[in-house]
Design a protein around this ligand. Structure first.
Ligand SMILES: Nc1nc2c(c(=O)[nH]1)N[C@H]1C(S)=C(S)[C@@H](COP(=O)(O)OP(=O)(O)OC[C@H]3O[C@@H](n4cnc5c(=O)[nH]c(N)nc54)[C@H](O)[C@@H]3O)O[C@H]1N2
Ligand SMILES: Nc1nc2c(c(=O)[nH]1)N[C@H]1C(S)=C(S)[C@@H](COP(=O)(O)OP(=O)(O)OC[C@H]3O[C@@H](n4cnc5c(=O)[nH]c(N)nc54)[C@H](O)[C@@H]3O)O[C@H]1N2
Ligand SMILES: [Mo]
Length: 777
C-alpha cells in the first residue's frame, strides 16, 4: 500500500472533486478546479466512506435465515442479523428469486428500487437493479419520480412534453439579456442548487443570479419563507400560505382579463380552451369570481399586491418559474397548469426571456446553457412484464394487492408482491407516512437490499448485501444539465467485503443462467469505453468532437463547448404553431384539455382549478393541527445521504433535526430556540429542535428531510424525520404523485428527558450462522 498521497478525479451528485488518498484512507475531497461554488457536503465524505456504519459483510436477518419466508416479518428492523459468506448470501438471493418467480410469477417481484444511487452512471445501482431483474424475466417497476411526478404526467397533456421540468428551459443567458421580471414561485433557495442528478462540474446558479441582478432583472419570490430569497438579488418576498399558489395565479389571470390585458392573439393562435377557463375565472360556471379579493382569502397575499403583480408582469418581459416543490403537494398538477395558463395570458411564451419555466431553485443546472446532447447513460433494458406502479403508491400497492387504482386515464390493478429488491434508494427516507410504510413493509415474504451503510432501509431488510461506494470503483458521470463529463477513478479498495452492485448482479445472473444478458459480455472497463463511445457518437452527430476514451480518462474530465445560440423554450412553436405543433391533441397549449376531461377525474378537472388540498391552513383540521409543515430539501446533505457525516451532524441541535417556526407561533407555545419539541399529528410524532425564525411565515413549520428514521415505535420518532407526519396520498388520479408538502401539524415543548437518538447505531450482528440455513423441501 502506498504511503504517498495519491489524487483521483471523482464525482458526486453534489459536485466533482479530487479524492486525496494516503495509505488507503480518503483524506479529503478537493473541489473541482472549474467549480466556482463547491458544495460543503464534500467535506462529509471521508468520515462516511470509512464510517463504522459501513456494512462489512453479507448479513441475513436471523428469523429469515432460520425460517425463510415463514419468518415473523414484524421483526424486520428490530431483529439481529447473522453474517454469512458471500457464496451463501448469493445462493440465498438466487434461490429466493427463483422460488418467487416460479411460484407467483415475475409480477410478484417488486424491483422499482426508487432512489438516487450514485452519480456514476455505469454503477448506478437502481439502473443495474432494473437491468438485472429485466434480464431474469422482469418485475414490477415504478413510473415517475418523487421529484416532479405530478409535472411528468400532467405536462404532456398540456404542452406535449415534460422536458421543461427536467431543466430544459429558456437559458440564463437569454434571461439576463431579456427578462424584466422573474417571478419565482417557491423561491430560489441556493441550498438546492448544490445538487445535480448525475453530478455537476460547475455550480452555476449563484453566478447566473448575480449576473441577472447586476443587469437589473427584478426578482419576486413567492414563498412561505424569506429564506427562499437568494442574497444579493434584491428580490421582493411575497409570503404565501403553502399549497395556495394556484389561487394567486388564477387571480392574476383574472386581473389581466378584467383589465383587457390578456394576450388575445396568442391565446387564439397558440392555445386552446381559454374560453371555458376564463368563464370559470369570471365566476360564470360556479358564481365565484376568482378575483384578487377571493385569492387573498385563500393565499393570504393582499388583493392589491396580487393585482399590482399581475399588472407589473403584463408591463414587462416576465418569466414565471415554479419550484418543483409546488407540485409535490395534493392537487400539485394545478399550480403548474395555472402557471402555464398565466404565462399564456401574458402572451410571452416562446419570446426571449419570457414565458414559463420550472425548477430554477430546485436543482443546479436548470437553465444552464448547454448543447442539447445526452450525458453518459447506462441502459436498464426493457422490462418484459411491462408492469409499473406510480412511484409513490408503494404502500398502497403492498397493502392492497388485487385492488384497482386509477392513473393517468387508465384503471390498473395492484400486483401481489411477495419479494422486494432495493438497491440505491432509501424508502424509509423518501416515502410519506412512514408509520404506514412500516406496516406495509411486513407484507412481502422477502426483502433484499444492497447498501453501503446501515441505513433505515438496510436495517429493515432480510438479506443485506454490502455495496461499494463510488470511490471504490471506476465510473463515468455527468448530467444532461452540465457541460462537464467526469471520469471517476477508483481511489480506494472496497471496504471490508463489500462488492460493486455490478459484480453482485453479474454473479446472481450467472447462477440464474442469464449472465450474458446482464453483462452483454463487458466488464467494468469495457462498459466505461462503451458508454463513452455511445455518448461521443451522438455528440458527433450534433457536430461536437470529443477526444477518444483514453485521452478523456487521463485528463479526468471533458467540457462540452458552450452553445452558440440561446435556447428559448417554444421559440419555434411561437414562430409557426403549425409547422412546429406541440405534441398535444390540438398541437397547441391546452389551457382546457378535452383528453383530461375524458378521464372524468373530479380531482383533476379539465382546466386549472383551485381545489383545497386535504390539509392546509384553511382546512377544518387546522383547528387541531394549526401549522402547515413544509418538509424541504436539506442544506447539509442529499436526502438521507451523508446524514451521519460531519456536515449534517454539525447542523443538528441536541442530535435532532431542526424545526423552524415563526416568533409568534413559538411564543404562544412558550418555545425558545434550542428547545426540544414534539411535532405531531394524527399520523405520528417526532422529536425535533426548535429554531425560532423571523423569516418563517406565521402558521408554517419548516423541517428538512433526511434525518435517518429512528422510531421508538409508531408513537414517536426520535431523530426528527418529517415523513412520520406527511400524508401518503396521490396528488390526484391523474399523476398519483407524492403529496409530501400537504400536511398539518401541532408542536409542543418536549417535557422531561428525551429518549436518545439511535439512528446511527449498527444493528445487532452475530458473526457466524447459528446453524446451516434450512432449506424447505
Ligand atoms: N417529506 C418529504 N419527503 C420527500 C421529499 C420531500 O420534499 N418531502 N422529497 C422526495 C424526493 S424529491 C426525492 S428525490 C426522494 C429521495 O429519496 P432517495 O433517493 O431514496 O434518498 P437517498 O437518501 O438519496 O437514498 C439513496 C440511497 O442509496 C444509497 N446508495 C448510494 N450509492 C449507492 C450504490 O452505489 N449502491 C447501493 N447499493 N446503494 C447506494 C445511499 O446510501 C442511500 O441510502 O425523497 C423524497 N421524499
Ligand atoms: N442540498 C440539497 N439540495 C437538493 C436536494 C437535497 O436533498 N439537498 N434534493 C434535490 C432533489 S432530489 C430535488 S427533487 C430538488 C427539489 O427541489 P424543490 O422541490 O424545489 O425543493 P424544496 O426544498 O422541497 O422546496 C423549495 C422551496 O419551496 C418552498 N415551498 C414549499 N411549499 C410551497 C408552496 O406551497 N408554495 C410556495 N410558493 N413555496 C413553497 C419552500 O419554502 C422551499 O424552500 O432539490 C434538489 N436539491
Ligand atoms: Mo427529487
Amino acid at each position: 500500500m502506498s504511503t504517498d498521497v495519491q489524487r483521483f478525479p471523482s464525482l458526486s451528485h453534489w459536485g466533482a472533486f479530487t479524492a486525496v488518498v494516503r495509505a488507503g484512507r480518503l483524506l479529503a475531497c478537493e473541489p473541482f478546479a472549474f467549480d466556482s461554488a463547491p458544495s460543503p457536503i464534500l467535506q462529509a465524505m471521508p468520515g462516511m466512506v470509512h464510517s463504522s456504519l459501513r456494512i462489512c459483510r453479507p448479513a441475513v436477518r436471523k428469523g429469515w435465515l432460520q425460517q425463510r419466508q415463514a419468518s415473523d416479518r414484524s421483526a424486520r428492523g428490530s431483529e439481529a442479523f447473522v453474517e454469512v459468506p458471500w457464496d451463501t448470501a448469493l445462493e440465498l438471493v438466487a434461490e429466493e428469486l427463483a422460488r418467487v418467480r416460479g411460484e407467483y410469477g415475475n409480477t410478484a417481484l417488486f424491483g422499482g428500487s426508487y432512489g438516487w444511487s450514485s452519480a456514476g452512471r455505469l454503477h448506478h445501482a437502481r439502473t443495474l437493479t432494473h437491468r438485472f431483474l429485466n434480464a431474469g424475466g422482469g418485475c414490477v417497476n415504478q413510473a415517475g419520480n418523487y421529484s416532479w411526478g405530478a409535472a411528468q404526467f400532467l405536462l404532456p397533456h398540456v404542452i406535449g412534453t415534460h422536458a421543461p421540468v427536467t431543466g430544459r428551459v429558456t437559458d440564463w443567458n437569454n434571461v439576463v439579456a431579456h427578462t424584466g421580471l422573474f417571478i419565482a414561485f417557491g423561491g430560489l433557495p441556493l441550498r438546492n442548487t448544490q445538487i445535480t442528478s448525475g453530478g455537476a462540474g460547475e455550480h452555476s446558479a449563484a453566478d447566473w443570479l448575480a449576473r441577472a441582478a447586476a443587469v437589473g432583472v427584478e426578482f419576486v419570490v413567492v414563498s412561505p419563507t424569506r429564506s427562499d430569497v437568494p442574497a444579493g438579488t434584491g428580490a421582493r418576498w411575497i409570503p404565501i400560505r403553502p399549497n395556495t399558489d394556484t389561487a394567486l395565479m388564477l387571480a392574476m389571470v383574472h386581473t389581466l382579463i378584467v383589465g383587457g390585458l390578456h394576450a388575445r392573439d396568442f391565446l387564439q393562435t397558440h392555445c386552446v380552451g381559454f374560453g371555458p377557463f376564463s368563464a370559470y375565472l369570471l365566476g360564470e360556471t360556479d358564481g365565484v369570481a376568482k378575483d384578487a379579493q377571493w385569492a387573498q382569502g385563500i393565499c393570504g397575499v393582499p388583493a392589491a399586491e396580487i393585482r399590482a403583480l399581475a399588472l407589473r408582469a403584463a408591463g414587462t418581459r416576465t418569466l414565471l418559474s415554479c419550484a418543483w416543490s409546488l407540485q409535490r403537494a395534493h392537487h400539485g398538477e394545478q399550480p403548474y397548469w395555472a402557471s402555464i395558463a398565466l404565462a399564456a395570458a401574458l402572451g410571452q411564451i416562446g419570446l426571449p426571456g419570457g414565458g414559463f419555466a420550472f425548477g430554477h431553485g430546485s436543482m443546479n443546472g436548470v437553465g444552464n446553457p448547454r448543447p442539447d446532447v445526452p450525458g453518459p447513460e447506462m441502459s436498464a433494458g426493457r422490462n418484459p412484464t411491462g408492469r409499473a406502479i406510480p412511484v409513490a403508491r408503494l404502500a398502497d400497492m403492498l397493502q392492497h394487492p388485487g385492488e384497482p387504482f386509477e392513473f393517468n386515464g387508465r384503471t390498473e390493478v395492484y400486483p401481489d408482491i411477495r419479494m422486494v429488491y432495493w438497491a440505491g434508494g432509501n424508502p424509509f427516507h423518501h416515502h410519506q407516512d412512514l408509520n404506514r410504510l412500516v406496516q406495509a413493509w411486513q407484507k412481502p415474504q422477502t426483502i433484499v437490499v444492497h447498501e453501503s451503510w446501515w441505513t433505515p432501509t438496510a436495517r429493515r431488510a432480510d438479506i443485506v448485501l454490502p455495496a461499494t461506494t463510488t470511490l471504490e470503483r471506476n465510473d463515468i458521470g455527468g448530467s444532461s444539465r452540465d457541460r462537464f463529463v467526469l471520469a471517476m477513478h477508483q481511489a480506494l479498495a472496497p471496504h471490508a467485503q463489500s462488492r460493486n452492485d455490478f459484480d453482485i448482479y453479474r454473479e446472481l445472473s450467472a447462477i440464474a443462467g442469464h449472465e450474458l444478458a446482464f453483462t452483454e459480455g463487458r466488464d467494468e472497463g469495457q462498459w466505461l469505453r462503451h458508454i463513452y463511445a455511445s455518448m461521443r457518437q451522438s455528440w458527433r452527430k450534433a457536430g461536437i468532437d470529443a477526444p477518444g476514451f483514453d485521452a478523456f480518462w487521463e485528463a479526468g474530465h471533458w467540457e462540452l463547448p458552450k452553445p452558440d445560440r440561446d435556447f428559448v423554450l417554444f421559440e419555434a412553436f411561437r414562430r409557426d404553431p403549425r409547422v412546429f405543433a406541440l405534441k398535444t391533441p390540438s398541437g397547441k397549449i391546452e389551457i382546457c384539455s378535452q383528453r383530461i376531461a375524458g378521464f372524468g377525474y373530479a380531482d383533476c378537472p379539465p382546466h386549472p382549478t383551485w381545489m383545497a388540498p386535504v390539509e392546509w391552513l384553511g382546512a377544518e383540521a387546522a383547528q387541531r393541527f394549526p401549522l402547515h409543515l413544509v418538509s424541504s430539501q436539506p442544506a447539509d446533505k442529499l436526502h438521507s445521504q451523508m446524514d451521519a457525516g460531519t456536515v449534517s451532524r454539525a447542523a443538528k441541535i441536541k442530535g435532532r433535526e431542526r424545526v423552524l417556526i415563526a416568533p409568534a407561533d413559538a411564543a404562544r407555545r412558550a418555545i425558545a430556540s434550542g428547545d426540544l419539541v414534539k411535532v405531531f399529528n394524527q399520523r405520528g410524532a417526532c422529536i425535533a429542535a426548535a429554531v425560532v425564525d423571523p423569516d418563517t411565515m406565521q402558521g408554517v413549520a419548516i423541517m428538512s428531510t433526511g434525518a435517518w428514521f429512528d422510531p421508538a415505535g409508531p408513537a414517536l420518532e426520535r431523530h426528527g424525520n418529517p415523513n412520520v407526519l406527511t400524508i401518503d396520498i396521490g396528488t390526484s388520479r391523474l399523476a398519483q404523485a407524492p403529496s409530501a408538502l400537504s400536511a398539518l401539524v401541532e408542536i409542543e415543548k418536549w417535557q422531561g428527558a428525551a429518549p436518545a437518538v439511535r439512528a446511527f447505531e449498527v444493528p445487532e450482528i452475530s458473526g457466524a450462522p447459528p446453524s446451516p440455513p434450512t432449506r424447505p423441501a
